[in-house]
Write a protein that binds this ligand. Structure first.
Ligand code: ADP
Length: 220
């Protein structure tokens, strides 16, 4: 699969790349988030993946969150926020990160803001991936067949979407007020959506770092 990305112009790499990707279940945010993180050379952090890895690995954290995740409810904020703070304090996240699945409610928004403030850091963009509800449900049903995720049953899907609409979608207003939201239409092929995301970021002056193969633009 080839994806055409805008070429970086000399000297245009941002100093930091701190991104959130927000969208309903089945919007493709996991896949797209990884593309963005790779292009900008920052780690992609998915709280859902961290929980699932801990559950399948049988860790203490996994044991604590298993029933919650499998019912589609939110893991308590204290636990989730601490996990994210620890991860973002790692050296590989010093220049930036892409967070997928966090923050998911107002308390988590405030916790992240406080954490970043305390470090003199701030977000660069919040990518909002929009897909209509029917499409979201159709994609999750397909994923249930393809991947067999235990939280992709009809009942749990409905629960997760309801929580998204009630608690997560409203956080976008907070970021809209801060002029951070880059809204991208999530309908279409994965490649089309990826291209839209990079174009929308570039329009805000956020362009990926060049490949390390060969010299970089700044030195040329
Ligand atoms: P999806 O967006 O498809 O629901 P995720 O992989 O993002 O899937 O999350 C899976 C589950 O992990 C959630 O339903 C929830 O139980 C838990 N989880 C993930 N992120 C958070 C978060 N920020 N706060 C609380 N719980 C979370």
């Amino acid at each position: 699969m080839t994806v055409t990305r805008p070429q970086r112009e000399a000297g245009s790499a941002p100093d930091s790349a701190r991104f959130l990707i927000v969208g309903p279940q089945g919007s493709g945010k996991g896949t797209q988030g990884v593309h963005v993180a790779e292009a900008f050379g920052v780690p992609s952090v998915s709280t859902g993946d961290v929980f699932r890895e801990n559950i399948s690995g049988g860790t203490e954290l996994g044991t604590r969150v298993q029933a919650i995740v499998e019912s589609g409810h939110l893991v308590p904020d204290e636990l989730t926020c601490e996990l994210v703070r620890d991860r973002l304090a790692q050296p590989d996240a010093a220049r930036g990160f892409l967070l997928d699945g966090f923050p998911r409610n107002r308390a988590q928004v405030d916790d992240l803001a406080e954490f970043l403030d305390s470090r003199g850091e701030s977000l660069d963009a919040v990518i909002e991936l929009s897909v209509p509800r029917d499409e979201s449900i159709a994609r999750l049903r397909q994923r249930a067949i393809d991947q067999g995720r235990t939280d992709d049953t009809e009942e749990v899907i409905a629960n997760r979407l309801a929580i998204y609409e009630r608690e997560t979608a409203p956080i976008l207003d907070v970021y809209r007020d801060q002029n951070l939201v880059v809204q991208v239409d999530g309908m279409g092929s994965l490649d089309e959506v990826t291209e839209r995301i990079f174009a929308a970021l570039a329009a805000r002056g956020l362009t990926p770092v060049a490949d390390d193969s060969g010299g970089n633009g700044a030195a040329a």
